[in-house]
Design a binder for this molecule. Structure first.
Ligand SMILES: Cc1cc2nc3c(=O)[nH]c(=O)nc-3n(C[C@H](O)[C@H](O)[C@H](O)COP(=O)(O)OP(=O)(O)OC[C@H]3O[C@@H](n4cnc5c(N)ncnc54)[C@H](O)[C@@H]3O)c2cc1C
Length: 478
């Protein structure tokens, strides 16, 4: 009986008798590399492993692939890229390294940050070679150079990224299974040798593999877990997809993995008030300012996320307003999406806008915009020292979006090394277990810079795919 027949019979039986049958006899399959998670890091690791000759199976617990990577909006940071060169943007991996270390408050692992920065240009090349579009370059908070790459016209990065990776997996005929949750890592003599899977019908089976890559993402949608590490964030909502629950961390800990920085949880300052929609930092990067209910600026809009979120929470009602104009709108296609979602209010004058959105002092808003435009012209923000002011706010209709901070990203995760090997409590690599992406800790320290996560998923995903395949090949006969 071949695997398909076993699965078919198993499916019908599992539907009839549930977990009783699954417990009686579990089917077993073989692979070189199993990848847990189908976001940017999972797909990248899987494609890299497949192209290096490995038999790969990708497991995704949700009904669709893509994870949080699919939702990513602002872009991907990379230094010394072909795209920057075309636009005469001077950057270096060393500046990206410094920005990242500083943004993470110097608690990141410098060896990992060096890998992130040094390999970022090659990761852009990797995506371009797969047919991705990364031709628009802007700036995200905490970056001292324009290095945030995204599709033409400032489209959200996630859709293009995941579509590109998905299409490449399809083109290669890769084995990608949705509705398939990794529930346990199989071990033998301290080595990870596969995964126990529960599929969408409740049936359980084993995949025996030489290596497993954990690419299961973070835990920002697990509000209980967030509150366990940061009680002050209880009651916040999350910008993440519902599958971002952190069960990959539990799988890793069960085989001895060490965790780090678990209390380093990022709140993003601009989640649209009353919704789960994230307003990308690129809106501020492209020129929007942020004002409080009284119509006044209160922080540099390009402050890092932790600083900007803390400042918003201190304002009346714990919320604030992004203020932009038609020029900024034209510069970033993603803003049309916010219109579709009815998140934008408009006014021909600042006073009219204030009325429309609930800012109490329209004249103060008009004054704030006028003052900001003068700073923009003089290229010097005398009030808050904003580093980059690419556009004035002059073209009516003026636009506002009310925002408040939401749980966005978990910097902590499994400890891993420069070869993406997962490290145990005795500071030794766990043979056969690799990790990449948001499930790991150490790359972003105390605060992730916008654009650095997608960069991380591609760079460490590539390394994990290559390392896991090399390990699998070396251990094929054992
Ligand atoms: C709204 C939003 C916008 C963002 N914008 C940006 C941006 O512009 N730039 C940037 O750099 N970063 C951005 N980020 C962050 C970035 O998108 C994520 O950190 C990154 O995509 C994580 O990639 P990943 O591959 O590690 O995890 P994910 O893409 O989340 O993929 C992990 C996958 O693993 C699956 N999974 C989990 N557990 C299991 C299991 N046990 N078995 C099987 N499957 C499992 C999950 O369902 C998920 O599909 C944004 C995040 C959000 C939420």
């Amino acid at each position: 009986m071949d695997r398909r027949q076993v699965l078919k019979i198993g499916t019908v039986a599992a539907l009839l008798t549930g977990s009783k049958l699954a417990a009686a006899k579990r089917a077993e399959e073989m692979a070189d590399v199993v990848v847990v998670g189908s976001g940017g890091s999972g797909f990248t690791a899987a494609i890299t492993a497949f192209d290096a000759g490995a038999k790969v199976i990708v497991l995704e617990k949700m009904p669709i692939t893509g994870g949080n990577s699919q939702l990513s909006a602002g872009g991907m940071n990379a230094a010394e890229t072909v795209i920057q060169a075309r636009k005469s943007i001077k950057d270096s991996w060393e500046i990206m390294f410094d920005d990242t270390m500083k943004g993470g408050k110097n608690i990141s692992d410098p060896k990992l940050v060096e890998i992130l920065a040094k390999n970022s240009a090659a990761s852009i090349d990797f995506l371009l070679s797969l047919g991705g579009d990364m031709t628009d370059v802007g700036r995200m908070a905490g970056a001292s150079v324009n290095r945030c790459h995204r599709p033409t016209g400032g489209e959200a990065v996630g859709h293009n990224l995941v579509h590109t990776l998905r299409q490449n997996a399809i083109k290669r005929g890769m084995d990608v299974r949705t509705g398939s949750r990794a529930i346990k890592l199989l071990t033998d003599g301290g080595k990870v040798v596969g995964v126990e899977v529960r599929d969408r019908f409740g049936r359980q089976y084993d995949i025996k593999a030489k290596a497993v890559v954990l690419a299961s993402g973070g835990f920002s949608s697990n509000l209980e877990r967030v509150a366990k590490y940061r009680p002050e964030y209880a009651g916040f909502s999350s910008t993440n997809q519902p599958g971002a629950t952190g069960d990959g961390l539990d799988l890793a800990v069960a085989v001895g993995a060490k965790l780090r920085d678990m209390d380093q949880i990022q709140i993003h300052p601009t989640q649209a008030a009353g919704s789960k929609i994230l307003i990308t930092e690129a809106v501020r990067g492209n020129g929007a300012i942020m004002v409080n209910r009284e119509g006044k600026r209160f922080v540099s809009e390009l402050a890092t996320r932790d600083a900007a979120s803390a400042a918003v929470l201190k304002q009346t009602g714990g919320s604030a307003f992004l203020i932009l104009d038609q020029n900024i709108r034209k510069s970033l296609k993603q803003i049309e999406g916010y219109y579709h979602l009815a998140l934008c209010k408009e006014g021909v004058t600042p006073q009219e806008l204030a009325k429309a959105c609930g800012i109490t002092d329209g004249d103060a808003l008009a004054d704030t915009i006028k003052k900001y435009n003068a700073f923009q012209q003089a290229k010097k923000d005398d009030e808050f020292g904003r580093a980059d002011m690419p556009r004035p706010i002059t073209e009516a209709n003026f636009i506002s979006i009310e925002i408040r901070p939401g749980i966005h990203y978990t910097m902590g995760g499994v400890v891993f090394d420069t070869q993406t090997r997962v490290i145990n409590e005795s500071d030794q690599p766990i043979p056969g277990l690799y990790a990449a992406g948001e499930v790991t800790g150490g790359v972003h320290g105390a605060n992730r810079l916008g654009g650095n996560s997608i960069s991380e998923t591609i760079t460490f995903g590539r390394i994990a795919g290559a390392e896991a395949t090399a390990y699998a090949k070396a251990n094929r006969s054992t």
